[in-house]
Write a protein that binds this ligand. Structure first.
Ligand code: PMT
Length: 219
């Protein structure tokens, strides 16, 4: 067994944007690359944890990390629930689509007659993090908030509503922060504590710093 601050701990990390199919050849998704989640998977593994990475991303996975590849929010939810009892810590870095198509077409949708709009119906996806928050037994739960405005207000609301132990908020409207970059800046929120900002650094450095702190909390 590896040594480190998270030795013997079981960690689930999610990464990447979910893909929600329109038909067999098309989908909607978002700009998440999976880098933030991968950084947490690597940092947790380095710290001695057993890590399950549930990801939509094709990026190479750090050595020693178990990986489960998924596409949709529903598949991500099923994959987490199958192992939720096992986990001591869950990091929800994935960008989960809030909506999916109500009925993905079985055949490729044909182009409409000229100048005709195409209307597709969206229905709500499960809120994975909120479900994990409600079903929590011994797990320490870390959620994210990706915001383009009123970072603190929106993130504080998600912290409460989803019953997480720690919420990491990023202002994705800014350069070098959030989607796609190798760097990030995170505002850390915890229940009944003042927010702390971790200034711009590589995603890996941030993940290492946060997990060092979390390891002390779950001792
Ligand atoms: O992947 P990268 O390119 O490295 O980019 C990193 C990131 C910007 C994707 C990451 O830092 C980040 O912010 N991830 C969360 C993105 C997101 O979905 O944020 P949200 O504010 O919409 O959701 C809040 C939280 O609820 C998140 O932990 C999310 O995983 C979760 N959620 C959201 C919707 C949903 N239906 N189910 C969920 O579990």
């Amino acid at each position: 067994q590896k040594d480190g601050q998270l030795k013997g701990r079981k960690v689930i990390v999610t990464a990447g944007g979910t893909l929600e199919p329109i038909d067999p050849v098309r989908y909607i998704s978002n700009r998440s690359s999976g880098k933030m989640g991968l950084a947490f998977a690597q940092a947790a593994s380095e710290a001695g944890a057993e890590v399950l990475l549930i990801t939509t991303s094709d990026l190479p996975v750090p050595f020693g990390v178990e990986v489960k590849r998924v596409e949709t929010a529903q598949q991500m939810l099923d994959a987490i629930l199958a192992r939720y009892d096992w986990a001591d810590l869950v990091v929800m870095a994935a960008a989960v689509a809030d909506y999916r198509f109500s009925q993905p077409a079985e055949q490729k949708i044909k182009k409409q007659a000229e100048h005709q709009a195409l209307h597709l119906d969206l229905v709500e996806n499960p809120d994975i993090l909120a479900q994990l928050g409600a079903a929590k037994t011994h797990q320490y739960l870390i959620g994210f908030a990706a915001e383009t405005n009123d970072l603190l207000a929106h993130a504080s609301e998600k912290l409460k509503k989803k019953h997480v132990d720690m919420l990491l908020a990023n202002d994705v409207s800014k350069e070098n922060i959030g989607f796609g970059y190798d760097t990030n800046e995170l505002l850390i929120l915890e229940p009944d504590k003042s927010p702390i900002t971790l200034p711009l650094a590589s995603k890996l450095e941030l993940a290492r710093k946060i997990l060092l702190d979390v390891a002390k909390k779950i001792k």
